[in-house]
Design a protein around this ligand. Structure first.
Ligand code: 13P
Ligand code: SF4
Length: 289
């Protein structure tokens, strides 16, 4: 009997998505990781996702086939930055985007993903929210709640999504007049302003199935087009920009997964004290979702 389960993020290569037991967004992957019953969980995604799986399901061995696949946004914040912000805003709650290290999660009050950021923030009593590390998602949350949102660091972002411009969208619309525009909340507010729909990767997949639009311009990482085309074959999907490719997600290959399964390594290790703190913040999020 198979002693491993492969979970994959929506951005990994098409052939990796094809070999996975489940493909989803960060929230769905956290929920699935918790339910895995096989001895090994192979995580096809960037480092923080594999680490998150190890934290929410500590009884399983989580394998990250390419430890150098690291989210560029997650590295923009340290626990020290959060502790300093807490001193500056003692009444604020700390909401940390899942794209962060376990050490940062451990000094946070609660975690969120792009799928539930507004819901998580609205679940808190505090009026002031320290939000880390994505400034663009922080601004999206500020627009959709009545909270005072303080982005920490002031300019944290995903270099992939932040590169998308309004001009890119206008160029694609000139090529495909009347197309619908869907974007991820990690894009800049000006891009979000010209979009018809803003959501997490899996929210995009659900939206694409129900919209009446025939052509959809996709403002997120290009790996997403694989799932969109598979689930909505009657529609045309166009990448909003050729620059929307996350090199770290593409480091996960079929060959590396097969080698990791054979070697049963490398297994993700998280310091137990840090894991305990991060688990508390992650479980609080899962209870809200
Ligand atoms: P989702 O949770 O929407 O899949 O996003 C994860 C991510 O890394 C976006 O860049
Ligand atoms: Fe991180 Fe951006 Fe890659 Fe998502 S697309 S994993 S936020 S670097």
């Amino acid at each position: 009997m198979k002693d491993f389960t492969i979970l994959a993020h929506n951005y990994v290569r098409p052939e990796v998505q094809a070999m996975a037991d489940f493909v989803g967004d960060s929230l769905e992957l956290a929920q699935k990781a918790k339910l895995v019953t096989t001895e090994y969980l192979i995580f096809a995604g960037v480092d923080f996702m594999a680490e998150m799986a190890a934290i929410v399901n500590p009884s399983k061995k989580v394998i990250h086939p390419e430890p150098f696949s690291m989210c560029a946004m997650a590295s923009r914040v340290t626990p020290e930055m959060i502790l300093a912000a807490r001193k500056d805003y003692p009444k604020a709650a700390v909401v940390t985007y899942v794209n962060s290290s376990a050490a940062v999660k451990a000094v946070s009050d609660i975690i969120c993903t792009s799928a539930n950021a507004v819901k998580v923030v609205n679940s808190l009593e505090e009026k002031q929210i320290i939000f880390t590390p994505d400034r663009n998602l922080a601004l999206y949350v500020a627009r959709n709640t009545d909270k005072q949102v303080i982005p920490v660091p002031a300019l944290g972002c995903c270099p992939v999504h932040h590169s998308l411009t309004v001009q890119d969208i206008q160029d694609r619309l000139a090529e495909y007049p009347g197309a619908e525009v869907i974007v991820h909340p990690e894009t800049i507010p000006e891009v979000q302003d010209v979009a018809n729909f803003i959501g997490s990767t899996s929210a995009m997949a659900r939206h694409a199935k129900t919209t009446t639009a025939k052509v959809i311009i996709v403002g997120t990482e290009v790996g997403m087009l694989t799932r969109l085309k598979k689930e909505s074959p009657d529609k045309i999907f166009v990448a909003a920009s050729p620059l929307l490719s996350c090199a770290d997600m593409k480091m996960i290959t079929v060959e590396k997964i097969e080698a990791a399964i054979r070697a049963k390594a490398p297994i993700v290790q998280v310091d137990p004290v840090i894991a305990e703190g991060a688990r508390r913040a992650l479980e609080r999020m899962l209870a809200v979702s």
